[in-house]
Design a protein around this ligand. Structure first.
Ligand SMILES: Cc1ncc(COP(=O)(O)O)c(C=O)c1O
Length: 503
């Protein structure tokens, strides 16, 4: 309930636990009722009883009833003692193995425990450096510690096998924060956000925080976004609207994507697709915001992970580039709890940054906040400097590769032939296609109850709640034995469900 609605009630009535005392001077009680009707769907029916011409006593009864219901609602808000994100009653507790939850896109406890000695060592290293000025405990530089960006650029250059420039990096609190920062900084209020047909479900939730912006889905192929469709759809949107672009609000639209080891499909955008996406972005002057969160979790045979879309947007003759923003994070390659990430801003934007005293300097959040997560970025700097992240990432790649293999091998063996999936070359997710007639929401419930295994139904990843016959499985949380058994149980559950429920 909003503060406003809480504050309105006492003018007419004082709410105590389960009882309401009215201010007998009365007032336009039906207005309150109508207000409550708009604010709280639960009391719509009651508020239908409100008739402005009815007798005052009757009005009071109705409002009393409404208010005690409201009081009930207030009383019902619980502050649960949750220990972790997946400990909520709406989400299956991923730490409780009574039902094996294959939903969590997060590293498991065995992987996170390995961070403890790393952080102990790095903290001591960093604290020694702080003895003189204790700068790390001071407000920080807006775009993030110089040493953090220097160490990060060296680490990324090595791991991507592509040049990453320190000057192009900006510290964030992780990719979710980076995404919101981009929208907030670069887009006008009525901007358009294009997304792939299925995409990271929490990005969709983040976009809803900007209700004046329009979210438009674009079809995908096995190679990535359908760039021809994007061209047509985005051209049409562009011709319909007008945008007030300024030196800050540079783009009328963004295309949000996860081109490498996509969430939820696990697929990687092809080179052709990357090239034509950059062409469309340049032609229509929209920014491509890419979550580069799984890139370094590459399980293939080549020496380096797939080439980043960012590198297709380098300045070329006649064009300075600058339509691609890379949004990275330590959440998947170290630990989500550290809340540290980075934006790699394309050359054209870097130039704008320099010419105008840094565009991000104008972000009130970054400037007044004195950078974000300054302390932790200092500890991460030491982790990078001491070479600890390199070793840790090698271990993560090795372990997650085994986990991905275990899930995919089990699917190969037990998945009914009327289902399909593509074995991803990296990342966290496997995207299962079920027969058209299967509603994965129901199937998931069935498997949870009868086969003690849970996964996320496809509709959660779709703007229009499509893709009902898909399931996403996540591989990083559980160890191989648990994953193997749970995946087998899921396959048996699918077979049982289709045999019994879809006849
Ligand atoms: C595609 C994608 N982007 C962003 C995030 C969140 O990243 P962070 O923890 O850095 O905010 C996730 C986490 O699941 C993700 O899958």
């Amino acid at each position: 309930m909003s503060l406003k609605s809480k504050m309105m009630i006492p003018r007419l009535a004082t709410i105590k636990r389960k009882s309401v005392q009215f201010d007998q001077s009365g007032g336009p009680t039906h207005n309150l009722a109508l207000y409550l009707k708009a604010k709280t769907p639960e009391i719509v029916n009651l508020s239908h009883n409100v008739n402005p011409t009815s007798k005052r006593r009757r009005e009071h009864q109705v409002v009393q009833s409404l208010c005690s219901k409201m009081a009930g609602i207030v009383e019902e808000i619980e502050d649960e003692h949750l220990k972790h994100l997946f400990d909520n009653k709406d989400v299956i507790n991923v730490y409780n193995l009574d039902v094996v939850n294959l939903s969590a896109g997060a590293p498991g406890p065995d992987l996170l425990k390995r961070c403890i000695p790393l952080f102990m060592q790095a903290t001591v290293h960093r604290m020694e450096k702080e003895q003189e000025h204790a700068y790390l405990f001071q407000y920080g530089i807006t775009s993030g510690l110089w040493e953090y960006r220097e160490q990060l650029s060296q680490f990324l250059t090595k791991r991507y096998s592509e040049q990453v420039n320190r000057a192009d990096l900006v510290l964030t609190c992780g990719a979710a924060h980076g995404l919101v920062l981009i929208i907030d900084t670069f887009l006008p209020r009525n901007a358009v956000i294009f997304v792939e047909d299925v995409t990271y479900m929490i990005a969709l939730e983040a976009f809803r925080q900007f209700p004046s912006m329009k979210v438009v889905p674009v079809p995908q192929t096995s190679e990535g976004v359908d760039t021809e469709a994007l061209n047509i759809i985005a051209s049409e949107e562009k011709s319909k609207g007008s945008w007030e672009l300024t030196e800050n609000k540079l783009f009328w639209a963004i295309f949000y994507t996860i081109p490498i080891f996509h969430n939820p499909t696990g697929l990687t955008m092809s080179q052709n697709c990357c090239e034509s996406l950059v062409r469309v972005a340049r032609k229509l002057d929209l920014a491509v915001v890419r979550d580069d969160v799984y890139n370094l979790l590459y399980y293939g045979d080549s020496d380096s992970p797939p080439r980043r879309l960012f590198s297709y947007d380098r300045g070329t003759e006649g064009f300075r580039g600058g339509h691609v923003i890379s949004n990275g994070t330590f959440s998947k390659i170290m630990a989500p709890g550290v809340r540290v990430g980075w934006l790699e801003v394309a050359p054209r934007l870097a130039l704008v940054l320099r010419n105008s005293y840094e565009l991000f300097l104008r972000s009130g959040i970054l400037k007044s906040g004195g950078a974000v997560n300054q302390y932790m970025s200092g500890v991460i700097t030491s982790i990078l400097e001491l070479g600890l992240e390199d070793k840790h990432l090698d271990f993560l790649v090795h372990t997650c590769k085994e986990r991905m293999q275990a899930v995919c091998d089990t699917l190969d063996q037990f998945l009914p032939s009327y289902c399909s999936f593509t074995r991803p070359e990296g990342g966290y997710f496997v995207w299962l296609r079920l027969p058209e007639s299967v509603d994965a929401n129901r199937l998931a419930k069935w498997c949870q109850d009868k086969y003690k295994v849970a996964a996320i139904p496809g509709s959660r990843f779709s703007v229009k709640q499509g893709f009902k016959n898909y399931l996403r499985l996540a591989i990083a949380f559980h160890q191989v034995e648990i994953l193997t058994e749970a995946t087998k149980n899921l396959c048996l559950g699918i077979q049982d469900y289709v045999g019994n429920k879809c006849k």
